[in-house]
Write a protein that binds this ligand. Structure first.
Ligand SMILES: *Cc1c(COP(=O)(O)O)cnc(C)c1O
Length: 459
């Protein structure tokens, strides 16, 4: 048996290196300065016959890799929708690695399963999900949608008299799969892996919300098993599909409703934003991330399904050697993984610190900071905000497409704030996404100042 003390040098080194890196979070340049080849050269490409001791490996590795790191944790990092990590969540994440629990089965790793089960119950409460809903911890919202969609698939087939567990999918009824025109690409991947094929696209309105009349018409065109995938939080506009209205329309047609709310589902936790998610509790499954809005480290996605039986039938593992609990579902009955890290533990720790009010405050702060950016940008000559800013996303243009791209390049070169270039409704845009716990009104003001500098630099 190894002496636990031998972990000391490696862990002390890791703490020191992490402290040094995190110390630059607020003020260091955001984009990486080294590309992949440069980092590989610095790391050394040859597999050594024998390497140095652990602390030295970590030290050399950090030196080589850090120039290639993106400061996603910066309060002025607004690219994609990426979140950050709070001290309590990072600390809990380190403990998860130190404890190294397998987390598939209640009887085997009761300590971490207890924390995850509490986290799941708290999430169900905070996110306004039905009390019956079961929550599984997965790598991210893409896999959370996959879990929701396989549960949906097998259940709508079962209702149509086809047992997918016994017979597989081939030869069974065709499932109609409906997605919004402005869905996230992960929904397409999840649908493809779930065997649903590419979804039938339902028209969206000017903010990217699925239109109720279009869904009603699409559902009325045919019959048979159906799944409707809705969205809470459009990555360009931040808009929310009218979840309650669309869910009722889908349910009238017998369809299962899955909601991709990777960063948007959290609006439910903030009283001032809860109107955005009205009716979400009537859906059948939900996908969200803890590594975005809640600011726990990657990888932490959340899959929730209202009907536990449908979930278990689709993904549960049963084998004699597993020593499963007979009467209560195991973690492995809710997700596709058996062995996995206890990724729900950082969620527990973060919720234990923030509490109900802290989570509400965090989500509201992100939305308020987005408002500061949305109000600041139109004051810059030639700049405009293209979306109704209802949540955390601001989509800006700076005149013609080439000029918007030039401003984006100048902002990247400036390095003090980062937004991601995209195309929305046929126009080049810069997307500002506020998903980091350190972003507040002051930092959002610094972002606006950086955009102003970039506009000046772009000429
Ligand atoms: C980020 C995102 C996803 C995918 O989430 P991952 O955690 O990256 O798998 C899905 N939908 C939306 C709306 C997102 O923003």
């Amino acid at each position: 048996m190894s002496d636990p003390a031998t972990f000391g040098p490696a862990l002390d080194e890791a703490v020191a290196l992490a402290g040094r890196w995190l110390g630059g979070t607020r003020d260091e340049r955001i984009p990486p300065t080294a590309d992949i080849d440069a980092v590989k050269d610095a790391l050394g490409r040859e597999l050594p016959d024998r390497g140095p001791l652990a602390p030295e490996v970590l030290q050399r590795m950090a030196e080589a890799i850090e120039p290639g790191l993106m400061r996603i944790g910066s309060p002025r990092f607004h690219g994609w929708v990426m979140g950050g990590a709070q001290p309590v969540s990072l600390g809990a994440d380190w403990l998860v690695s130190a404890w190294d629990q397998n987390t598939g089965l209640r009887t085997v790793t009761p300590g971490v399963v207890a924390a995850e089960e509490l986290a799941a119950a708290w999430l169900t409460d905070l996110l306004g999900l039905p009390p019956s809903a079961e929550v599984g911890f997965v790598t991210g919202a893409t896999v959370a949608s996959l879990v929701g969609l396989v549960a949906a698939r097998d259940e709508v087939l079962r209702r149509a008299g086809w047992d997918a567990a016994e017979r597989g999918l081939a030869g069974g009824p065709r499932i109609r799969f409906f997605v919004g025109a402005e869905r996230h690409g992960s929904v397409d991947s999840s649908g493809l892996v779930a065997g649903l094929g590419r979804g039938q696209v339902v028209e969206a309105d000017d903010q990217g919300r699925m239109r109720a009349d279009a869904l009603r018409a699409a559902l009325a065109e045919g019959s048979g098993p159906a799944i409707v995938c809705l969205q809470a939080g459009n990555i360009h506009s931040g808009a929310f599909d009218p979840l309650g209205e669309l869910t009722d329309i889908a349910h009238e047609a017998g369809a299962w409703v899955h909601v991709d709310g990777a960063f948007g589902l959290w609006a439910e936790a903030a009283p001032g934003l809860r109107h955005l998610t009205a009716g979400l509790e009537r859906a059948d499954s939900w996908a969200t991330d803890a590594h975005k809005t809640l600011n726990v480290p990657y990888d932490c996605g959340i899959a929730a399904v209202a009907d536990p039986e449908a979930l278990h039938r689709a993904v549960a593992q049963h084998a004699a050697y597993l020593a499963s609990s007979d009467d209560v579902a195991d973690p492995a009955d809710r997700v596709l993984e058996l062995s996995r890290r206890a990724r729900g533990v950082p969620v527990y720790a973060t919720l234990a610190q923030l509490g109900r009010d802290g989570v509400a405050g965090l989500v509201q702060q992100l939305a308020d900071s987005a408002q500061v950016i949305a109000e600041g940008i139109p004051g810059i000559p030639g700049a405009e905000v293209l979306n109704d800013v209802v949540y955390t996303q601001v989509c800006a243009a700076f005149g013609a497409d080439e000029r918007t791209r030039a401003v984006g390049a100048a902002l990247l070169a400036d390095g003090q704030a980062l937004a991601s270039p995209s195309v929305w409704h046929g126009r080049a845009v810069l997307r500002f996404s506020v998903s980091n716990w350190l972003t507040d009104a002051e930092e959002a003001g610094r972002t606006v100042a950086a955009v102003r500098r970039a506009v000046d630099a772009a000429g």
